[in-house]
Design a protein around this ligand. Structure first.
Ligand code: PLP
Length: 443
């Protein structure tokens, strides 16, 4: 049965619960198809997918190689239990280790990012025998219980109704917003790490299992750590025998111009969580990559993690094919090259628009931070609230002109598929330029 547009919208409002929002009755546009960097609604309107959906469709929509690989696997078998070895599961695990830092030993597969963090949390506690975990305020690690507690922004609050013992939050190295006048990255890194070290000591380091960080903070505004911060964090964790967990669910798979964002700073995390870009939404797959010493530990200790669909065969087939696409189409290098152009365009927007206080970018992972006053850096909307619904208005204006993207707090996130061409990037960003004049009027 294929439904008509009105019925689809009606069922969408009447029958579905939608994430992270008061439900409302506004009908959503209906997507008819997606191809490359474009989405098309049922009215034939075309949209640039400028945040790759949820920053996951890195290779773009409709990639026939991945689709065929999934079909081929489905023809064989879609899923197989954990009592069997399978070609695609073994191959994907091996490929993920090949693109990781050389300390990495094994992979545990999940179906998404929250589950990846959920299991990383458990692995860290099993390995260290310690209970507490540190994570940052401006972080999102997933919507399930443990991942929800790791999350620092307001989406964690519903979890805390049942308490949140052992989940300690610390501040992000948010240099622009903190506005402390650092002269260098080294000075900024030292400042944030000194505060964290103190906090760890006050929490009893002997009971801290792990520090979780989004290597580059994603949905909360593309907060890029100053150089030296992650290297110093690695040293700090080592000092106290604490595991360093890099959440690469959003920042991984070429987004920042490296397979994993941590590779931009040459660090070796103990655990890496991933999802999104490993299969780019063709099927859901996530997981945890663990350091060799942790993998070895489970040679003679029970690995108490499990899922019916761990290493789901059709998903792994999508993963193997997706990784081949990154390689064959040189998408990691493309992210660096297009990212350079994106950076130039963003700097130009910042120079010309009163409402753009800061632009942050690494590879094709970027944000424009909107402000009321460039001098004071007062955000366009207060943290965690938007009484005049200014950000949805901006988002609506962008969408009306065919530019789809994510916004969060006072940030517009621009993270297009890595296959975007120079011409497409310029054309899409011209739409953003136009709409920013509206935001300028509110300043
Ligand atoms: C950094 C990060 N970690 C974890 C998650 C959760 O992933 P999922 O939605 O697949 O559960 C997300 C989702 O956006 C994310 O951005």
């Amino acid at each position: 049965m294929s439904l008509d547009e009105k019925t689809i919208q009606q069922y969408d409002v009447d029958c579905l619960l939608h994430s992270w929002s008061v439900q409302g009755k506004t009908p959503r546009p209906v997507i008819a198809r997606a191809e490359g960097i474009y989405l098309y609604d049922t009215g034939g309107k075309r949209y640039y997918d400028m945040s790759s959906q949820a920053m996951n469709v890195n290779i773009g929509h409709g990639n026939q190689k991945v689709i065929q690989a999934v079909k081929d696997q489905m023809d064989n078998f879609a899923s197989i239990g954990v009592g069997w070895a399978t070609s695609v599961r073994s191959e994907l695990a091996k490929k993920l280790l090949d693109i990781s830092s050389d300390n990495m030993g094994k992979v545990f597969f999940t179906l998404g990012g929250a589950e990846a963090n959920e299991n990383a949390l458990k692995i860290a506690r099993m390995y260290t025998g310690r209970a507490k975990v540190f994570s940052r305020y401006r972080a999102y690690h997933g919507g399930t219980s443990g991942a929800g507690h790791l999350t620092g922004e307001p989406r964690r609050f519903p979890n805390e109704i049942a308490g949140s013992a052992g989940f300690i939050k610390f501040f992000d190295p948010y240099v622009y917003r903190d506005n402390l006048g650092f002269d260098s990255d080294a000075e900024a890194s030292a400042y944030y790490l000194k505060a964290l070290r103190q906090q760890i000591i006050f929490e009893n380091p002997g009971n801290v299992a792990a520090v979780f960080v989004e290597t580059v903070t994603g949905s909360n505004g593309i907060i890029i750590p100053p150089d030296g911060y992650l290297q110093g964090l690695r040293t700090l964790c080592d000092e106290f025998g604490i595991l360093l967990v890099c959440d690469e669910v959003m920042a991984g798979f070429g987004r920042t111009g490296q397979y994993f964002a941590y590779q931009n700073w040459g660090i070796k995390p103990d655990l890496v969580t991933f999802a999104k870009g490993v299969t780019c939404g063709y099927l859901p797959v996530g997981g945890v990559i663990v350091d060799k010493k942790i993998a070895d530990y489970f040679d003679d200790h029970v690995f108490s993690c499990g899922l019916t669909y761990t290493g789901y065969a059709a998903g792994c087939a999508a993963g193997v094919a997706t990784l081949a696409v990154y390689e064959e189409e040189n998408l990691i290098q493309a992210a660096v090259a297009r990212g350079r152009l994106l950076g130039e365009i963003l700097e130009d927007l910042k120079a010309r628009h009163k409402s753009v206080g800061d632009v942050r970018y690494i590879g094709l992972f970027s944000a424009l931070e909107l402000v009321r006053d460039k001098q004071t850096r007062e955000p366009l909307v207060p943290y965690g609230s938007d009484p005049d619904r200014l950000m949805p208005k901006i988002n609506g204006a962008l969408r009306a002109k065919g530019f789809c993207c994510a916004t969060h707090n006072n940030n517009i996130i621009v993270a297009p598929p890595l296959i975007i061409t120079e011409e497409e990037l310029r054309a899409a960003m011209a739409i953003l330029d136009e709409v920013l004049f509206t935001a300028d009027q509110w300043v």
